[in-house]
Structures are given as C-alpha cells and as structure tokens.
Design a protein around this ligand. Structure first.
Ligand code: SF4
Ligand code: MG
Length: 328
C-alpha cells in the first residue's frame, strides 16, 4: 500500500508564561492510502496537538512545531507557504472536530459555508456547487436538505451540526480525513450512524482516516492500525487485532483493563493508579514509570527506544529489550 502521510519526529512545544510544555515530543505517524489509523490515549497525551500540527492550525495557540517533518504525498507540509497550505486544507486533508460549533461559522447559512469550499477547491460554478452541497447534505442523512441549506448552525441540533461538519469535510473528496473525537459528544445511536457514514464515504472514495479517540470500542469497530500515545509520545503501534489480543506496553494493557465493556470511555483509568505527568515537569526516563507496576531502576533513568515485538508491532518499553528484539 502507498504511503499517504508520514510524520517524522514531530515536536510541538507550547511556550507559555509558566514555562515550556512539550505537548508532542518526537512522534512518528504513518498512514497508508485507504487506511484508518486510530490514535488513542488519555486526555492531554498529545493526540489533538498532533492533528492540529499536521493541519498547521496552531496559530491561535502558543504552540509551535519546533522539529520534524510532515510529509503528505511526499511533500513536507511544514515547508509550504500559508497559501499552499490553504489549498491542501479542506481539499486534500479535511478535519472534523468534537465540537462542530468551533468549525462552523455562526453567521453563515449552512449551504453557503459548504459551498464556499466547493467553489474554491473543486472550481464548480454556483449552480453545480449548490447541487453538490445539497447532495452531500442528503448523503450524511440530513432530512429536508433543501431547506437546511438556508438555515444557520444555531437552528440545528448537535447531531445535525455534526453531520453538517462531516458533509463539509467530505464535500471536496479529501484524501485524508482527520477526525478528532468525532462522536464523543453524541448519543450512542447518532454515534453509530456517524461512524457508518464515515465508513461508507471511505469505501466509496478510498479516503484515509486518522481517527483520534479515547473510545476503544470505536477503535475496534473502525481502525486497521492503532497508535497509542502517552505524554506526547507514541508508546505502541500495531494492527488493531494485535492491540486487542496481544497488547505489549504496560500503558496499553492498563487502557484495555480499564474497560470492562468495550463501549465504555477511558477518561479515567481506574486500573492504572496515578495521573498523566505534569508536562512542565516530566519524569526523566520512561514517562510512564511513575504509574508502571513493572518499572525497573533504569526505567527511571533512561527513556526506552522502540522495539519490534511483532511483524507490524512495536513498543517503546524496556521490557522488550532482549537479544531477539530489534531496536527500531
Ligand atoms: Fe514500565 Fe519501564 Fe516499560 Fe516504562 S519502560 S513502561 S516504566 S517497564
Ligand atoms: Mg480533494
């Protein structure tokens, strides 16, 4: 399979009044064409900052990418001008967020805001663009699409707004869809419908999806491969079956143990004592050491490398440093 997105050694730091916060600290991410990659971890582990870095949407924050490359179809997004990046944003790479109100313009009618992107990126004339937009609204299951076209975001329910955002994200047939907790705020029925819809659009268009979630049930249902993030790092990466059948990293094992039922969320990890370390005061060695039952002396001193623990499976933990393990 062809590589679509290759993030290499990404470091995004936040420069605030109380010091420097290394929100993302050396992350590698690979997404192939047509694949769904799940990115999981607790709140604050760097998932969203990673996606905002890829989209280059950090400008309203004190965050800055200080290292790494983000290659999309071989081009480093970090080297593009803002104008070139605008061409890619919404067209080749689209994003949906947890809270649709942040990405919908409150003073523009639903139809107008989707249509703007369609005219810009697909170069459709007004009539053709309008037809396309109404078609997209119908495709995402919005009833009375012709009327909703003229309504404002505040007139719609949360579930409808989420659908509008997905219609907008998919309207230019993106190669990559980044979905950051796309269904977290929705009730279970609507959540299932939205996930179905994303799958359907993926099957029809061959879209790759980067699905950021803390819901392991969603991961099991949607993803081909998974990366687990902790404290601004990827700590494990594997095919979805390996993650559930043979998790290797003590953190991943804790995540899985913390959900007796797959549907349950992992806001809090009852089975892993302690909390995510304060990013302004990270432990020196393995960032998970303060919470790890297997921590050894040198875990506190030195950060582990990645070790290959299976064919498509790697894990950043000293436990897998053996004669057989290959450092990667
Ligand atoms: Fe635990 Fe050590 Fe592995 Fe970190 S490196 S997860 S502290 S065993
Ligand atoms: Mg496109």
């Amino acid at each position: 399979k062809k590589k679509l997105l290759e993030v290499h050694n990404l470091k995004t730091y936040f420069f605030g009044d109380h010091g420097v916060v290394p929100a993302v600290d050396g992350v590698d991410i690979l997404i192939h064409e047509g694949e769904t990659l799940g990115v999981v971890g607790e709140s604050g582990c760097g998932k969203s900052v990673t996606s905002l870095s890829i989209m280059r949407l950090l400008m309203d924050t004190p965050g800055k990418v200080i290292n790494g490359s983000i290659k999309f179809e071989g081009k480093d997004l970090l080297q593009l001008s803002e104008k070139e990046m605008q061409e890619i944003r919404g067209n080749d790479i689209a994003m949906i967020f947890q809270e649709p109100m942040t990405s919908l313009n409150p003073v523009l009618r639903i139809g107008e805001q989707i249509q703007e992107a369609v005219e810009l990126h697909l170069k459709y004339d007004k009539n053709k663009a309008k037809k396309h937009v109404i078609g997209m609204l119908k495709l995402v299951g919005i009833p009375r699409a012709e009327e909703i076209y003229y309504e404002y975001p505040y007139q719609l329910s949360g579930g409808m707004r989420q659908r509008v955002m997905i219609a907008m994200a998919m309207s230019c047939d993106p190669k990559l869809l980044i979905a950051d907790e796309p269904t977290t705020a929705l009730d279970v029925t609507i959540q299932a419908q939205i996930l179905d819809l994303m799958r359907k659009l993926q099957n029809e268009n061959g879209t790759s999806i980067m699905l950021i979630t803390h819901d392991l049930g969603v991961v099991a249902e949607m993803c081909d491969r998974v990366v687990v993030m902790y404290a601004g790092r990827v700590v494990e990466e594997a095919d979805v079956f390996q993650i559930f059948e043979e998790p290797k990293h003590p953190y991943t094992i804790g995540l899985l143990n913390s959900i007796p039922k797959l549907r349950q969320k992992i806001d809090r990890l009852d089975s892993i004592p302690g909390i995510v370390p304060n990013p302004t005061n990270m432990p020196k060695g393995c960032k998970f050491a303060p919470r790890c039952q297997h921590a050894m002396d040198h875990c506190l001193e030195r950060e582990p490398s990645f070790y290959q623990v299976g064919e498509h499976h790697k894990c950043k933990c000293w436990l897998y440093q053996s004669e057989l393990a290959k450092e990667v």
